[in-house]
Unconditional design. Structure first.
Length: 431
């Protein structure tokens, strides 16, 4: 596929290829379709969360996070990196960097997890001889370049002013986070002790290798307390936000997420006996979604991995405001086209949930028919949520047909047994 540079508006609604690779401490503009200079197959591989080669069997218009996308369904011939991928999201048109997938064509796709699902833009997809050459370049790859071994003098910034939340609740970071090269780094133990992922140590000559496994998430595990990298304190991190010079070590630690080490610019390092890893880069490799609020210096980490059907999560409908910063509302039931809802927020101690009832479409559109909130579907179990992709037919039905809204009410808030295949929900799932 021949790539063409496409000029897009800043902060485009769908910026699949240009989101910042790390959480930063200053707001950044986001530009779509700004590939820049050509990159190698190995480099693109190192940055992707999933790499696959396969044939497209279906392309359909869908909605995700309330916004229109296209969804390509693949028969995967080669799964080169990450977990098995069946579907890939792309923007709805070429002006927003969308890929024009054609049925029956084979593609090499470097997918990212910036949306919480595998997604790709026009510069992430190859076909023909170029795809074949790139597959040969990466099919046996198992690592990317590492920094020169030994101690290095670097400039670090204390991250004491940054708050980290996990699935909406504040998550402790001990020792405190550090900012390095415009990325927020946290101790490796944050993923083990706070998020519940398993870290396994393989002792080698003059080095320790950390294996972080996404499929083992939630299994309790403790590191060897004799290894200094598992200390829960770190000295010499100044109070405040001023930069300071520090001596860090790369050569005695190598971290892998699901068997793959980090991209060259986001290598873990050892500082005062604590292994620091880049928060966004690590989290996205594990299938987590990371957001950044520059006004409050808050990093939000959300678990976006699919549920297992045996968990029987509940099906939840939310309406998200088109105005940034307004909370979502949760539809509790729909009766006679009247929606009973509550605001999606954490209750204070002793506070009870307040419900209101209004016509359903009054929540979605104003008096002039302009959209004020977008309809979204989630599977929910406890504090964890997984957003579903919605077919265009279901979205159209919810907006235009009262009978569809009545059918949707029958499954709201209940254990969901009409399991949506590959996380795509349609009319058949709610009837």
């Amino acid at each position: 596929m021949r790539k063409k540079m496409i000029a897009c508006l800043a902060a485009a609604a769908v910026a699949l290829t240009a989101l910042p690779a790390a959480v930063t401490t200053s707001p950044q503009k986001v530009y779509a379709c700004s590939k820049g200079e050509a990159t190698s197959a190995e480099y693109d591989y190192s940055l992707a969360s999933n790499v696959l080669y396969g044939s497209v069997t279906k392309v359909e218009d869908v909605f995700y996070k309330g916004q229109p996308y296209r969804l390509a369904t693949f028969v995967t011939e080669l799964n080169l990196k990450g977990s098995y991928v069946r579907n890939v999201l792309t923007a709805p048109d070429s002006d927003q960097c969308g890929v024009t997938f054609e049925l029956g064509h084979n593609y090499l796709v470097y997918a990212n997890n910036k949306l919480g699902r595998p997604a790709a833009g026009v510069f992430d997809v190859y076909e023909g001889q170029e795809a074949t050459d790139r597959v040969n370049d990466v099919k046996d790859i198992d690592m990317v370049p590492t920094p020169q071994p030994g101690e290095q003098q670097v400039t670090l910034y204390p991250g004491s002013n940054v708050t980290v939340t996990y699935n909406g609740a504040r998550a402790p970071v001990t020792p405190q986070a550090l900012n390095f090269k415009n990325a927020l780094y946290v101790p490796m133990t944050f993923f083990r002790d706070t998020l519940g992922y398993v870290t396994v140590w393989n002792a080698e000559s003059n080095r320790y290798e950390i294996l972080l496994r996404s499929e083992w998430a939630g299994i309790a595990a403790k590191g060897d307390p004799s290894q200094s990298e598992f200390k829960d304190t770190a000295e010499a991190i100044p109070i405040g936000t001023d930069p300071f010079e520090a001596t860090v070590t790369y050569s005695d630690v190598q971290a892998k997420v699901d068997g793959k080490i980090y991209a060259p610019e986001y290598q873990p390092f050892n500082y005062h006996g604590v292994v620091y890893v880049p928060l966004r880069d690590t989290a996205e490799k594990l299938g987590l979604l990371v957001g950044w609020d520059a006004d409050t210096y808050t990093v939000s980490v959300k678990d976006t991995r699919p549920f297992d059907p045996v968990e029987h999560p509940a099906l939840i409908m939310k309406l998200s405001s088109v105005n940034e910063g307004e909370p979502d509302i949760v539809i509790d039931r729909i009766a006679d086209d009247q929606a009973t809802y509550h605001v999606d927020r954490r209750l204070e101690y002793g506070e009870t949930m307040q419900q209101q009832t209004v016509p359903f479409m009054d929540l979605v559109q104003d008096a002039d028919g302009k959209t004020i909130r977008n309809i979204r579907y989630f599977l929910k179990k406890g504090d964890r949520e997984y957003e579903l992709v919605m077919t265009k037919e279901l979205m159209k039905g919810l907006l235009n047909e009262p009978l569809v809204r009545t059918s949707a009410n029958l499954s709201l808030g209940l254990d969901f047994y009409h399991w949506p295949e590959y996380g795509v929900i349609g009319l058949s799932n709610i009837h």
